[in-house]
Write a protein that binds this ligand. Structure first.
Ligand code: B12
Ligand code: SF4
Length: 493
């Protein structure tokens, strides 16, 4: 028996479907016994795992791990579970272990790390562990472990990306899917899905590059549309969030998908690049709109063309294009959700000021645009930004215990106050501006904010926004707390 475990990632809100575990399960289906344990559905994850291991006699525990709150749950739970069941093999996979496998393998409670998209390599590892095969003869790349002499064995490459079109359907029957359906801006019954792996770009602040090295593999429009239709038939879904890193790479796939779901009356959301969406024809935009596209998440990243270059943003990314796109989206009434990476070296203050001014321009053009502001937080890969970060005294923690300290938990959530090149006044300026911006332009996707609450927030934030006096917005803080205001990045994914 194999248990696939999703540590708690968002215990306060409605759980998000653990798609990684469903797809790992899809290739075990019919060959191996397995169960999925979702920490977001159980209060005490350690107790739940203990009960399930005792009841099933599980010998392998596969754990999916994202930096931030999820790691915070994964570390103590795996430590305790390993103490209780020393014979249990614990395998970690996902974004965090892919990047920081050496640190993970220092911990006595992590036996193996699978790097990259792990469906086939995990299945082969399970086969070897159960049948006693030689790990040195693994066909699939993407595994790292310490042998009994404690030296590190790691394959040269991360796992090859599986072709999503060839993967079996997701084994939804392993989870209580109804629990994951939530009400969002898209619809009263929204569920998430994933249709492509990777991204063809290599932005040097982005963790996706380490996973896929500039590759992108999609499922066909036909299969994607069929899945959406079956979600509607089975669970009466009327909103879909596509969590792909870059759903819109191929215009033809998007158009075909939009045509195929046109009559389903479903609203949808996805993640895209600004330059790609500017290349799309008016006809495609019209089709996407008619098929129910309500909102797009876009990596605008910066208000400075110089910084976009330094980020290796690639393609034809530019600030001018971002402004053109938000104007275009206004015509189609599709909400742009723009994500920015603030405080980039070598001149973080200038970078922050330029991006704040740029966001003000965006809002003048399209007031409905949602703005998400992250602080630049390096990922371990080569590139000018990371080199400069290191020169500025940046180092990752060397143990998992270090990673789960409050400071690094905040860091992994990309809102850290402890980035060496961003001093406290700079950090405060970003957060104060964010507060004023969110008051003056309350998010359109927040379902709890009704008309009078929005009007009150807008009035209270107006003078600060116009005079650009962002310091100490205590009155806005109190108001937003009182109204349970929801920041844009917590509204969808
Ligand atoms: C859904 C999602 C969430 C959900 C949580 C989902 C869950 N598991 O509970 C929520 C909304 C809570 C979330 C939050 C955050 N997320 Co998030 N999230 C995603 C998203 C959009 C989709 C994940 C997904 O389902 N992918 C589909 C599956 C098939 O792919 P996968 O997860 O990579 O899994 C494959 C491999 O990683 C591997 N694998 C994964 N787990 C395991 C386990 C084992 C045992 C094995 C063998 C293999 C394996 O094999 C899988 C199959 O191919 C990704 C982006 C993306 N498209 O992947 C970002 C992403 C993972 N998130 C990210 C971040 C930064 C966060 C946050 C930390 C910060 C933020 N505010 O965005 C927060 C906080 C996390 C927390 N609370 O702990 C980053 C990670 C970057 C990094 N530096 O590591 C990503 C890549 C987004 C991005 N492009 O920046 N997230
Ligand atoms: S385009 Fe987006 S997903 Fe692709 S590498 Fe750049 S930031 Fe990452």
């Amino acid at each position: 028996m194999i248990l696939l475990f999703n540590p708690q990632s968002n215990p306060q809100s409605k759980p998000v479907l653990p798609i990684a575990l469903l797809t790992l399960g899809s290739v075990l289906e019919g060959e191996y016994d397995y169960e999925i344990v979702d920490g977001n559905l159980c209060g005490d994850t350690e107790r739940e795992l203990t009960t399930r291991i005792q009841a099933t006699g599980a010998k392998i525990l596969g754990v999916t791990v994202m930096g931030g709150p999820q790691l915070h749950n994964a570390v103590p739970v795996c430590r305790l579970i390993k103490q209780k069941f020393p014979g249990l093999t614990i395998v970690w996979g996902g974004y965090f272990p892919t990047q920081h496998y050496e640190i993970c393998l220092k911990a006595s409670y992590v036996d193996y790390v699978v790097r990259g998209h792990g469906e086939y390599v995990f299945r082969e590892l399970v086969e070897k562990l159960q049948d006693g095969g030689n790990l040195g003869e693994m066909q699939n790349e993407g595994i790292a472990y310490r042998d009994p002499g404690a030296s590190l064995t790691v394959t040269d490459q991360v796992a090859a990306i599986p072709d999503p079109e060839q993967l079996p359907p997701l084994p939804y029957h392993k989870l209580p899917v109804q629990e994951y359906i939530r009400s969002t801006y898209l619809g009263s019954r929204t569920l998430s899905h994933h249709t492509s792996y990777g991204c063809p770009f290599k932005c040097n602040f982005c963790a996706v590059v380490n996973m896929v090295d500039g590759k992108w593999k999609p499922q066909s429009a036909e299969r994607t549309a069929e899945t959406v239709q079956s979600m509607q038939e089975k669970w009466d879904v009327n909103g879909i969030e596509f969590f792909d890193n870059n759903f819109f790479v191929h215009e033809r796939r998007t158009t075909e998908f939009a045509e195929r779901i046109n009559d389903l009356n479903i609203n949808w959301w996805g993640e895209a690049r600004v330059d790609t969406m500017m290349k799309y024809s008016d006809e495609t935009w019209q089709k996407m709109k008619e098929s129910g596209l309500r909102m797009l998440f876009l990596g605008a990243e910066s208000g400075s063309d110089e910084t976009l270059q330094r980020m290796n943003k690639g393609g034809k990314a530019s600030t001018r294009k971002t402004l053109e796109l938000v104007r275009r989206m206004k015509e189609y009434n599709v909400v742009p959700e723009l994500s920015f990476v603030m405080g980039n070296p070598p001149e973080p203050k200038k970078d922050i000021d330029q991006t704040i001014q740029f966001i003000r321009k965006v809002k003048r053009i399209n007031p409905a645009a949602e703005i998400i502001m992250y602080m630049y937080t390096p990922v371990p890969q080569s590139g000018e930004l990371f080199e400069q970060a290191k020169q500025n005294g940046f180092n990752f923690p060397e143990t998992l215990e270090g990673w789960i300290s409050d400071e690094w938990k905040e860091f992994a959530s990309r809102r850290s106050r402890h980035i060496p090149w961003v001093d406290n006044p700079m950090h405060q300026k970003v957060r104060n501006f964010e507060r004023v911006l969110n008051a003056y332009y309350p998010t359109v996707t927040d379902q709890r904010l009704n008309g009078w609450k929005k009007a009150l927030l807008k009035a209270a934030g107006g003078w600060r926004y116009h005079t650009e006096i962002y310091r100490k917005p205590l009155e806005l803080r109190a108001l937003q707390k009182f109204m349970h205001y929801q920041r844009p990045e917590t509204s969808g994914f």
